[in-house]
Design a protein around this ligand. Structure first.
Ligand SMILES: C[S@@+](CC[C@H](N)C(=O)[O-])C[C@H]1O[C@@H](n2cnc3c(N)ncnc32)[C@H](O)[C@@H]1O
Length: 293
C-alpha cells in the first residue's frame, strides 16, 4: 500500500515516542511540515495524499536524528523568531521564544528614539543568528544595527539572515570580544549573553548540551562573566539617554542589577518570560541632577 502523509506522520510519532521524546507528536508534525514546506494546517487536511519514496526517506533520516536528541530546528536548519526566518549554523544559538520578550521590551524605546532623532543606533552584543537586532530592525524601519560576536561563523550567519529578511542595508556585523573592537555610541545596547554557570552545563538536556555551542551558553563560574565585561564598558558606548536591555537567567536579577548599578546605571524596567521567570532587565544612566525622566 502506498505511503501517505498520515502514515509517515504516525510512524514518525511512534518512533520518537519509543525514543522517549516527550513532545513526539508535535515534533513529528514540525519536522514533516518543515521538510516538505507545508504548513501544519495543510499537513492535516492533506493527510490522505501519497508521499514519494524520496520524501519518506528524508523524513525517516530526520526522525532518526531527532530520536538521537538533535533539536527539531537544528535538523531543519532554521527557525522562526519574531516573524523572521533565521538560518542556524554550527556556532549559533537556536533563538528562543523567551528572547522575544527582550525584543518586545525594547521596541518602544527604539520608537521613542526615532521619534526624537529620526533614527536609532542599536548594538547587539553576542548577536548569534542576529535574532534580536534583526527583529528590532524589522519592527522599526528607521533603526540601524551593529551585531557583534566572538564567532566568525555566527557573524556570517547573522549577515545571511539580514540578507534573507531584507534588512542587510541597515545591519552590519563586527567581530569583537564584547566591546573591545567597538567604536562610538549607541542609543540601544542589547545583549543576550551566555549566562549559564559552567558547572551547570553538563546537567543540561542533551538537546542543548550537545547541539547549542558552548560559547553561547557558558557564563563562567557564577554565570556573570559577560555581564561584568559589558557593564564595565557600557558607559563609554551609550548615548546620553540610551538604554541597555539584557536577557538574564531566572535567578540573576539581583546580581546583574548590582553589577550595572556599580557602574552608574539604574534599573528602569524588567520583564518576566512566558514561564513567569525574571528574564529581561532594562537600565539607563543613573543621573543625579537634571534627571527629568
Ligand atoms: C546566548 S547566545 C545569544 C545569541 C543571540 N543573541 C540570541 O539571543 O539568540 C550568546 C552569544 O554571545 C556570543 N559570545 C560569547 N562570548 C562572546 C564574547 N566574548 N564576545 C562577544 N560575543 C560572545 C556567542 O558566540 C553567542 O552568539
Amino acid at each position: 500500500m502506498a505511503e501517505t502523509l498520515d502514515s509517515i506522520l504516525a510512524e514518525s510519532r511512534d518512533r520518537l515516542r519509543a525514543a522517549g521524546i516527550e513532545s513526539a507528536a508535535l515534533d513529528a508534525r514540525h519536522l514533516i511540515s518543515g521538510l516538505l514546506g507545508l504548513s501544519l494546517a495543510v499537513l492535516m487536511v492533506r493527510g490522505g495524499e501519497p508521499i514519494s519514496a524520496t520524501n519518506a526517506q528524508r523524513i525517516r533520516a530526520a526522525v532518526a536524528r531527532r530520536a538521537a536528541r538533535e533539536p527539531v530546528y537544528r535538523i531543519l536548519g532554521e527557525r522562526e523568531f519574531f516573524g523572521l526566518r533565521l538560518k542556524l549554523s554550527k556556532e549559533t544559538l537556536e533563538p528562543r521564544p523567551d528572547t522575544e520578550t527582550l525584543v518586545d521590551c525594547l521596541i518602544p524605546h527604539v520608537r521613542r528614539v526615532v521619534a526624537r532623532k529620526g533614527s536609532c543606533r542599536i548594538i547587539d552584543l553576542g548577536t548569534g543568528t542576529g535574532a534580536i537586532c534583526l527583529a528590532l530592525l524589522d519592527a522599526v524601519l528607521e533603526a540601524r544595527g551593529l551585531g557583534t560576536d566572538i564567532s566568525e561563523d555566527a557573524l556570517a550567519t547573522a549577515l545571511e539572515n539580514a540578507q534573507r529578511n531584507g534588512l542587510a542595508e541597515r545591519f552590519e556585523a563586527l567581530r569583537s570580544n564584547w566591546f573591545e573592537a567597538v567604536e562610538g555610541r549607541f542609543d540601544v545596547i542589547v545583549s543576550n549573553p551566555p549566562y549559564i554557570r559552567s558547572k551547570v552545563l553538563e546537567e543540561l538536556e542533551p538537546e542543548v548540551r550537545l547541539h547549542d555551542p558552548a560559547a553561547a551558553l557558558d557564563g563562567g563560574d557564577d554565570g556573570l562573566d559577560a555581564y561584568r565585561a559589558i557593564a564595565l564598558h557600557a558607559d563609554r558606548h551609550l548615548e546620553t539617554d540610551g538604554v541597555i536591555g539584557l536577557e538574564i537567567g531566572f535567578d540573576q536579577k539581583q546580581a546583574v542589577t548590582a553589577l550595572f548599578e556599580a557602574q552608574g546605571f539604574r534599573l528602569r524596567g524588567s520583564a518576566k518570560d512566558l514561564g513567569g521567570n525574571d528574564r529581561v532587565l532594562v537600565f539607563k544612566r543613573d543621573v543625579e541632577c537634571g534627571d527629568d525622566r
